[in-house]
Design a protein around this ligand. Structure first.
Ligand code: HSE
Length: 339
């Protein structure tokens, strides 16, 4: 394979991050894999830009930022969106970055299954379809004989799925415990360090592009619960779905609770636990200075194994380029496998 034609589906913070990262890393990808990557379509929720000859990544981002929709892309703007885009152009890999939907998994579910039916590989940052129908989707990819990669769905740039599968391949994974949501960690860190107001900080995290399109998913623990399901299925082989997770968010945590914890040298963190006995997301007291004491948008996870005991990873759990870094790593891995 000399050339890989990609569609970027979803053009919010993550989709734009992918376009920016691709524009920065095309030469590196070519050097590492021997493959040139060409963006043949990009789509937001109601429009797209489509060209079999390739689109300019920087112009895609500029158009979206300045005009608000990809239909305004010079010459190749289109009113097509969603599934129609997959029929409108020839492509090899779908880069799927639509907003997470934990009610019916759409549009990610239909887009992904259609790409598989068309024999295309898929890289996703989405969590809703995996949290609701992990087994079905992974099974469909296997049946279609295509690659399906989802490192970016958990922890942004924090390596965890590929790292655990590849680097800890000799180990059985017993449990995983950690901080899997950047927005709530940012909110709790700021409330702890400055006593700032919850609503104000939440608004800031939306402006930073780290919160979900619907930020209730972050503060109510829904996002972290989705990630708990993804880790349970992919790394511990637990056949779980979203409804199996006990979820409590941080909306009841006030500054008095944080101050009280601080007096005894504790912090309040939203902790996810993934084990055969317990799938849970809840606010917990953690000791200051412990491995869970990471602040801002950082995520962390301690992976308990049989041979290597405990291994911990830390990384920026949210953000445009950070999440895009995981998606490009998945793309590079697919291209390496092909060649
Ligand atoms: N809203 C998510 C977070 C983005 O704050 O962690 C990354 O999944």
């Amino acid at each position: 394979m000399d050339e890989c034609k990609v569609i970027i589906m979803g053009f919010g913070s993550v989709g734009q991050g992918v376009a920016n990262a691709l524009s920065m890393k095309k030469d590196l990808i070519k050097d590492k894999t021997g493959v040139s990557v060409k963006v043949v379509a990009a789509a937001d929720s109601s429009s797209s830009a489509i060209s079999q000859d390739g689109l300019d990544e920087e112009l895609l981002v500029k158009t979206k930022k300045e005009e608000g929709k990809l239909a305004a892309y010079p010459e190749f703007g289109s009113d097509k969106s969603g599934l129609d885009v997959l029929d409108a152009v020839e492509y090899d890999c779908l880069i799927e970055a639509t907003p997470t939907n934990i009610v019916d998994a759409q549009p990610a579910l239909s887009l992904t299954l259609k790409a598989f039916e068309q024999g295309k590989d898929v890289v996703t940052s989405n969590k809703g379809h995996l949290a609701l129908k992990f087994k079905e989707i992974v099974g469909a990819a296997e049946e279609a004989g295509v690659e399906f990669k989802y490192e970016a769905s958990v922890g942004g740039s924090m390596p965890i799925i590929n790292f655990t599968r590849d680097t800890l391949a000799s180990c059985e994974i017993k449990s995983i415990k950690g901080i899997l949501n950047g927005t709530t960690n940012y909110i709790l860190s700021r409330m702890t360090s400055e006593g700032s107001d919850y609503e104000v900080i939440l608004k800031e995290s939306q402006e930073l592009g780290i919160a979900e399109t619907d930020p209730t998913q972050d503060v109510e623990g829904i996002d972290a619960a989705c990630k708990t399901v993804i880790l349970a299925n992919s790394l511990l082989g637990i056949d779980a779905t979203y409804s199996d997770v006990k979820v409590e968010g941080i909306s009841n945590i006030n500054s008095q609770a944080i101050e009280l914890a601080k007096k005894d040298d504790y912090l309040i963190k939203l902790i996810a636990e993934v084990s055969p006995e317990n799938l849970q997301v809840s606010p917990r007291l953690i000791k200051r200075g412990s491995s869970y004491d990471v602040s801002g948008t950082l995520n962390m996870a301690t992976i308990k194994t049989d041979l290597a005991d405990e291994v911990s990873v830390i990384g920026l759990g949210a953000g445009s380029l950070e999440t895009a870094s995981a998606m490009l790593t998945d793309l590079i891995s697919i291209l390496k496998n092909k060649n």
